[in-house]
Design a binder for this molecule. Structure first.
Ligand SMILES: O=C(CO)[C@@H](O)[C@H](O)COP(=O)(O)O
Length: 242
């Protein structure tokens, strides 16, 4: 039976509303960071701590221009990728990549946010099915090593999601270059996944130019491990309330 948003406890409705607003706002980061053209990218976030016990996520409606996105038209889905009765028109369909996002949430419990783009430099590496080698400290920081390539898969069923999960389970990376398609990124929440998408495009561009003029040198594994540990555990204002 379809879950009805209006029938959920008030606290759950409030939580879902906050997630819808946050995911709608984060989509503006995709064109702002030049990660998308037209509508070719999407962001989703799993709704945490629902008292009703439902497991839901929020994702962009398919093909809707980023400047028309709002909390009200963010689509709410079950982890099976099925749209609930979320108050939007029945005709409003979720992202083409909903099945992939849903598969990741079902199989990677620690993931709270997923992003997909076709950002130019990362997608060029995906077109060559070539992992981005870890030749930059920024890559060790954010990805803990190379940015891996996932298998080519057609859109619309679980195959992309399966490829994302199989690839990222073997890596610390928050980004995977799906072969001949483009990058998918994950994070503890949608903002972390958007950051990973921004950083993935940045390192794809930098390493592309580095290789155009020479042979970049890999960072050795012990140094990658040290850089990753510092960045993930010390960098920024970890826990500071100031
Ligand atoms: O690769 C594709 C379509 O082939 C998708 O990733 C779109 O580029 C974004 O689709 P929507 O989220 O707007 O449905």
């Amino acid at each position: 039976m379809t879950i009805r948003l209006a029938g959920l406890p008030e606290a759950d409705q409030d939580r879902i509303g906050r997630t819808r607003a946050s995911v709608a706002a984060l989509h503006a980061e995709l064109p702002r960071n030049e990660l998308v053209v037209w509508t070719a990218g999407n962001v989703s976030e799993k709704v945490p701590e629902l008292t009703s016990g439902h497991q839901l996520f929020v994702i962009k409606p398919s093909g809707v221009s980023y400047d028309e996105l709002s909390a009200e038209n963010m689509v709410v889905c079950t982890l099976d990728g099925q749209k609930i009765d979320d108050g939007t028109a029945d005709s409003l369909t979720p992202s083409s990549d909903t099945a992939a996002h849903a598969y990741v949430y079902r199989h990677m419990d620690h993931v709270g946010g997923v992003v997909h783009t076709h950002s130019t430099f990362a997608t060029a590496w995906a077109a060559r099915a070539e992992p981005i080698p870890c030749v930059l400290t920024m890559m060790a920081d954010e990805f803990g090593g190379d940015v891996p390539v996932g298998p080519f898969a057609l859109i619309g069923d679980d195959s992309i999601g399966q490829g994302i999960v199989e690839t990222l389970r073997e890596s610390r990376s928050k980004a995977v270059l799906m072969e001949r398609h483009g990058p998918f990124t994950i994070g503890a929440d949608a903002k972390a996944a958007v950051k990973a998408a921004v950083m993935c495009e940045e390192v794809a561009r930098t390493v592309h130019y580095a290789r155009a003029y020479g042979d970049p040198v890999r960072i050795d594994q012990a140094q990658i491990d040290s850089l990753y540990a510092r960045y993930q555990n010390v960098y920024g204002q970890k826990g500071n309330t100031a």
